[in-house]
Ligand binder design. Structure first.
Ligand code: ATP
Length: 718
């Protein structure tokens, strides 16, 4: 009896990656089942995922056509590589945790993180990370490293449960099987006690007037039925879970890809990939498995407790006198350890960020000979992880040692009193055994009664749906005030007012940091202003269908981004498949002076490498111009390269740009004097305001004008 596992047996102390769920749970047997060992704040996947899914992304309210390449010779390759994102590398394995004596405890969903991925989204439980348009109070943007769990919101729980609704039939069948298997399981302790009495005492009555043989055959049959029901339950629940995960991943990816750019400023790609791969798994499994496990635990705990009271009210009273005080102490202590564990995770996430960023920019690191400094930085981050993990290990040691000790003392007390009752023939040895088994069952079951922790960002806003069939392209910034969400205390525009007539080529000038690029970001609705609005032809661009709006704009930036694909794919990027022909691509490339393609072995089907690395700077820019041309936009945003091109490339670029800008409303962040001269108007920005707006020659005629001064600084040509 001494070796019998008791209801206080505890899981091994949590490693850095495995937090104790709560002291009460740990005390009562099961390790944490709902969180994957990931970095940062990925502790609350429900909340985070539901935020992502429920977030008002700028374009979230409509299904957006997938991004397409016209000639898709390489699209299959891409598709196959994307498929690996979110593969079930972290699929939790459901482990039927069986105590050494064969006493089944509630099944444990043990997360397995084969990749050992850690990440942090730096997402504060309080911070409205994904609020794209509302001004964010400074304190709300701070990351919460306190490690405190967020509040449970039943609204969010309900929303999440809705995710599992399509699997209702499957889950319902599983629940039926679960009730059957739980009922059989709960008869096991009683049966065990009877077996002991029947075998050990010749005079003991076999229940239901059966012979010993019939009794054993009956029990065996019942166990087979229970095992079958349990097998069916596991299969159904896990399949349902996988189906939820599949839907969740699809939805999440859809939501991610439509987030406003501000969101990506605050979240690292690695974290988002983690969410896609890991959190979806956690949420999906939890939605189904927790329903099943929670119900099973409830049934088993209440049935077990009733049986305990039925068998011996005295012993049950002793149990209840001892367990609650220990549990309360353990809950408090466990919370402390959990906070520590969260901090460790956050620190781990920080260290991962360093690795991700530095290895992602390894050329810069090596070019600046920063290897040693970077190694030190990384060491300081992982040292903090170590320090926190060590503290956690020490406290966990005390915690688990202590709970184990008190558990054993409680068992000892019960055996002392129970043994005495057996001697006094108040109960049989078999009944005492049954009682102890029920105690263990109830303990195990109580640990399964855990709640969902989540908080959902509410209030999906409806995005605009308007389109303007006769778009002319008059642009207006009307009292625009704007701060970047990550720098709420540094306003870029306070009250920007400017109107640009349709078809005007405007050169945007201003010192570095004056907000030139921010203007274009607002036009593209990568961000929305906190107050005021941007209008096109008098219509607030927030009222426009975002997909439609962005399709009216083409951008050519200083360093055009080409993707790892063919030239044709890059030119047709963003256009609907089937709407663009090879001939269109050739025409656009010809207009953009991309004659170099004729010297390439595979012509427009030449693979340009990651970021278009196999093309020269000038070639990349001209491909980008072709990409803009093929879109036939009304509005054009240009960010002129400052880097010098050789004269031939410069000539080719200039000519291509002239074709591109012709008849369109153009904002060009111009640096070259020649470009500025060719603009219809110059808009000069200073300190978040348009301080001058006139023709180049008029502005240059103002002796103390801002633009003239700027030109004097920037060039020696005046
Ligand atoms: N994503 C961002 N998050 C936070 N701050 C930003 C972000 N992008 C730009 N800023 C800040 O906003 C200010 C305006 O930046 P912007 O890029 O619009 O200036 P700019 O006039 O285009 O400068 P440059 O000519 O040097 O490119 C700068 O102080 C910049 O540091």
């Amino acid at each position: 009896m001494a070796s019998m596992p008791h209801c206080w047996s505890v899981p091994p102390p949590p490693a850095v990656s495995a937090r104790p769920r709560s002291a009460a749970n740990s005390l009562l047997m099961r390790p944490s089942a709902t969180c994957l060992p990931m970095g940062g704040q990925l502790r609350y996947p429900y909340r985070a995922l539901s935020r992502l899914l429920g977030q008002r992304s700028l374009s979230s309210s409509r299904p957006s056509p997938p991004l397409r390449h016209a000639s898709l010779t390489r699209s299959k390759r891409k598709a196959s590589s994307t498929r690996t994102v979110g593969s079930s590398q972290t699929a939790p394995a459901e482990t039927p945790s069986t105590a050494p004596s064969g006493i089944p405890s509630a099944p444990t969903t043990t997360p397995v993180d084969s990749a050992g991925t850690t990440s942090s989204d730096g997402e504060s439980p309080k911070s409205p990370l994904l609020r794209a348009t509302s001004p964010t109070p400074p304190e709300e943007t701070q990351e919460d490293t306190s490690g405190k769990p967020p509040k449970v919101s039943w609204e969010s729980v309900r929303k999440l449960l809705r995710l599992a609704r399509p699997e209702a039939t499957m889950v319902g069948c599983a629940v039926g099987l679960l009730l059957l298997s739980s009922a059989i399981t709960m008869s096991v302790p009683f049966a065990m006690g009877k077996i002991i009495d029947v075998v050990a005492t010749a005079t003991a009555e076999v229940p239901f007037g059966l012979t010993k043989g019939q009794f054993f055959i009956g029990l065996g049959s019942m166990f087979i039925l229970g095992a079958t029901a349990n097998a069916g339950r596991v299969m159904l629940i896990r399949t349902a879970g996988e189906r939820v995960i599949l839907r969740l991943r699809d939805k999440l990816y859809g939501a991610l890809i439509r987030q406003d750019i501000g969101f990506f400023d605050r979240h690292r790609t690695g974290d988002l990939v983690s969410r896609l791969a890991n959190d979806t798994t956690v949420v999906g499994k939890s939605l189904t498995n927790n329903v099943s496990d929670g119900l099973r635990s409830l049934v088993m705990a209440s049935a077990g407790l009733s049986m305990m009271v039925y068998m011996s009210p005295t012993l049950t009273g002793i149990m209840l006198a001892i367990v609650p005080p220990i549990s309360i102490t353990a809950v408090i202590y466990g919370r402390f350890i959990r906070t520590l564990s969260h901090q460790t995770q956050a620190a781990l996430g920080d260290s991962t960020k360093v690795v991700e960023e530095r290895l992602g920019n390894i050329r810069t690191v090596q070019a600046f000979v920063m290897e040693n400094a970077e190694q030190e930085l990384y060491h300081s981050r992982v040292k903090r992880v170590y320090d926190l993990a060590k503290r956690e290990a020490i406290f966990s040691g005390f915690f688990f040692g202590g709970t184990g000790l008190f558990g054993n003392l409680a068992i000892m007390a019960m055996l002392g009193v129970g043994g005495n009752m057996v001697v006094q023939q108040v109960m049989t040895v078999g009944e005492l055994t049954s009682f102890l088994l029920y105690t263990a069952y109830v303990g195990g079951s109580l640990s399964g009664l855990t709640s969902f922790y989540s908080e959902i960002m509410k209030g999906l806003e409806v995005s605009g749906t308007l389109t303007l069939p006769n778009l002319r392209g008059q642009l207006q910034f009307d009292n625009v005030a704007f701060v970047y969400p990550t720098r709420p205390l540094a306003p870029i525009f306070r009250q920007l007012n400017v109107t640009v007539d349709a078809g005007t080529v405007v050169g945007v000038a201003g010192s570095s940091g004056s907000g030139k690029s921010t203007l274009t970001a607002l036009l593209l609705r990568f961000y929305d202003p906190q107050s005021g609005c941007v209008r096109v032809d008098g219509v607030d661009i927030r009222d426009l269908d975002l997909v439609w709006w962005r399709r009216q704009i083409a951008t050519v930036s200083q360093e055009p981004v080409l993707f790892a694909g063919t030239i044709a794919e890059n030119v047709a990027y963003g256009l609907d498949a089937g709407t663009v022909t090879e001939a269109d691509i050739h025409t656009a490339l010809a207009q953009a002076n991309c004659d170099f393609i004729h010297h390439l072995p595979e012509g427009i089907h030449t693979f340009v490498g990651e970021r278009g690395i196999s093309l020269s700077g000038g070639q990349k820019q001209r491909v980008a111009i072709a990409r803009a041309l093929i879109k036939n936009p009304r509005i054009l945003l240009l960010d002129e390269a400052t880097s010098a091109l050789d004269s031939e490339n410069e000539y080719l670029m200039k000519e291509a740009l002239e074709t591109l800008t012709n008849g369109r409303t153009v904002f060009t962040i111009a640096h070259r004097l020649s470009t500025l001269k060719s603009c219809d108007l110059i808009m000069c920005l200073h300190d978040g305001d348009v301080v001058e707006m006139d023709t180049f020659s008029n502005l240059m005629d103002k002796p103390d004008g801002s633009f003239r001064r700027l030109m004097e600084y920037q060039t020696d040509a005046v």
